[in-house]
Design a protein around this ligand. Structure first.
Ligand SMILES: NC(=O)c1ccc[n+]([C@@H]2O[C@H](COP(=O)([O-])OP(=O)(O)OC[C@H]3O[C@@H](n4cnc5c(N)ncnc54)[C@H](OP(=O)(O)O)[C@@H]3O)[C@@H](O)[C@H]2O)c1
Length: 264
């Protein structure tokens, strides 16, 4: 069976780095009209935009948009802005949510986390994700457009890490399970990937471990003894954005390389 990407104009939140950027690089290889990368740091986005422009086909467009997912009031105006950018003959019909924060203050501290840090993590990782799924779904529905949404949750959703990051990711996976079934009635395919350890800006300490291509120590916590590459996660996201995504509706694909702690 030959797979085809369903959406043609895809917004990638967190598309300026890590898994989001790898996803943009993967999707640009397909029959796609526009990729819009969005996050808070516009300098970083513009660097990534240049990289993507060197990979794109002549009929494809790359846009970079300054955006904070935790600013819920800005969601619809950002969709409108993007619709103007891509032209009204095209339809914004795909969303990848690869934004997230996991700073030291939120991880491993358990009950010692400050209220301020708790709010920061939850506003970006959970509240922002819940409302962008709702707002994007309503946006598509009101315009009569079918679309795809793919969320990047985490293997943390399955672990007892005593972190607020983990709570946020458990909830995000739960949203996908529940709303994925409901949204299909509205023509929207919602799925999610739960990556294991990937060496990105967020997880710099993973540089010392091998990812199966780059040299390094074996990763001790999974069956394949290595970290996961961002392009491997991007391949799963691509798959979920093809027509096969429909058969999974409301599913989270766990890509941790067989994390042992989960099977104890
Ligand atoms: N790396 C891993 O091992 C791993 C494992 C499991 C899950 N994940 C998840 O994978 C996703 C991508 O992370 P990554 O590993 O690729 O790290 P990353 O390179 O740090 O990517 C995170 C992205 O989120 C953006 N972002 C942060 N806050 C935002 C906000 N308020 N509004 C909009 N964008 C925001 C950041 O850009 P700005 O700073 O410009 O806003 C950045 O581009 C995250 O959801 C993360 O939790 C990662």
């Amino acid at each position: 069976m030959e797979l085809h990407l369903r959406p043609k104009n895809i917004l990638i939140i967190g598309g300026g780095s890590g898994i989001g950027l790898a996803t943009a690089e993967r999707l640009i290889k397909e029959d796609i009209s526009s990729i819009i990368i969005a996050s808070r740091n516009i300098e970083k986005l513009n660097d990534s935009k240049k990289k993507l422009e060197s990979l794109k086909k002549p009929n494809q467009n790359i846009f970079a948009v300054s955006f904070d997912i935790s600013n819920i009031k800005s969601h619809i105006s950002t969709f409108d802005l993007i619709q103007d950018m891509i032209g009204h003959e095209n339809k914004l019909d795909g969303l990848v949510i690869s934004s997230g924060v996991n700073f030291d203050g939120s991880n491993w501290k358990g009950f010692n986390i400050s209220e301020e840090d708790y709010d920061k993590v939850m506003n970006i990782n959970l509240k922002g994700v819940f409302f962008i799924i709702r707002n994007f779904s309503n946006y598509l529905f009101n315009k009569g457009v079918r679309g795809n949404i793919c969320v990047v949750s985490s293997i943390s959703a399955h672990r007892d890490m005593l972190s607020v990051y983990q709570i946020s990711k458990q909830a995000v996976s739960g949203i996908v399970h529940a709303y994925g079934k409901y949204l299909f009635d509205r023509g929207i395919v919602l799925n999610c990937v739960e990556p294991g350890p990937v060496h990105t800006d967020m997880m710099k300490y993973l540089a010392q471990y091998t990812d199966g291509v780059n040299p390094g120590k074996p990763w001790p916590e999974n069956a394949i003894k290595r970290t996961i590459r961002s392009e491997e996660i991007a391949e799963i996201i691509y798959f979920l954005m093809t027509e096969m995504g429909e058969t999974l509706s409301g599913t989270c694909i766990l890509a941790g390389g067989g994390t042992k702690a989960l099977f104890k």
